[in-house]
Design a protein around this ligand. Sequence first.
Ligand code: NDP
Ligand code: MG
Length: 384
Amino acid sequence: MTKKIAILGSTGSIGTQALEVIDEHPDLFEAYALTAHNNAELLIQQAIKHNPEMVVIANEKKYEQVKEALKHLPIKVYAGSEAISQIVEAGPIDIVLTAMVGYSGLKPTIHAIKAGKAIALANKETLVVAGELIMNMAIEYRTPILPVDSEHSAIFQCISGEPNPIEKIILTASGGPFRNFSLEELKHVTKAQALKHPNWEMGAKITIDSASMMNKGFEVIEGKWLFDLQPEQIDVVVHPQSIIHSMVQFQDGGIKAQMGEPDMKLPIRYAFSYPYRLHAPNAPRMDFTQTTQLTFEQPDLKRFRNLQFAFEAMRTGGNMPCILNAANEIVVDAFLHEKIGFLQMSDIIEKVMEKGEFIAKPSYEDYVGTDAAIRQLTKELILN
Ligand code: NDP
Ligand code: MG
């Protein structure tokens, strides 16, 4: 019996690597559903190669193109964002890999949980926006949430089989391409510079988030929900080599770390095969004659204010992390369109967090409302 996997965002960085993992183990895994937003060409290629039961192209304008290209194959073709939330409920699906970007991952994840599917969670924004709601729902519907983010997978690997409670987790951060930049230098950083990450090849949005350290801030919030922690149980340490992917400290002071060459296929594989590890002869092996130093430093919250904002949003709770996420999606998009500078992203987020309407106990509808209102507010602040 193969595990049938739906990949939401199959044309992205995580999605394409997930298909490679499926290719490595055709005896274990099968791509049952693939979804993309705009990249119809790649979705068509993937569908022809993997022969899934169904595909979805979120951009409805591309429906005809995909439908026409796949008409000779027994593949169902759907279009639109709503269709993504529908197809995850298909009976045979075992695992839904959420590898879309941003807030768009929330609704399909909720549908998948309610349909009892295991979630391999790459889309961290889902937990940033609505962590409490998602984790409660996962308990109610008894669906595992298996982390794909490398840090959270590292923690998950450290606590696997471990009967003891976590004293704290220590998330490692590469520090990104601007780790040693002064505030003055950060002011003039270009889009091209920000899109070059020293250790990881990723989609554009998360690459900018990594450069601004919002990614690490989001991972702090993601960690709180995944591992049911209090804010003071989460530390961040900058570790430029990205060899230690994160650590767990136990109550006797002992620390476990998970390490290896940076390679997202390992956490993807682990989420698909948990609790087992798969034979991966082609996966990179550490060479300690080449890596001779592991170094650590404290994150600088004055230069990378986003990390501070994320800690604040987590402590405030309610819809504040949702406000943070919506503001961030808009400012990152504005930065990628060269409408604002690198440091302006944090300046605007700070204002939005002050002005956004706070809701202490948000419902799902409140999150939807907050997201829409904050996007609008952020756009207005960018124009003024
Ligand atoms: P990419 O930008 O490379 O890929 C995103 C995928 O989602 C693409 O298939 C894209 O479609 C699709 N997509 C984007 N927006 C929408 C939308 N509104 N509706 C439907 N589909 C959409 O991103 P990554 O793979 O880098 O990241 C995916 C998620 O995983 C993010 O949440 C990120 O934070 C997280 N993550 C990524 C890591 C990495 O190494 N890349 C590491 C840890 C976490 P198309 O291309 O067709 O337009
Ligand atoms: Mg990560």
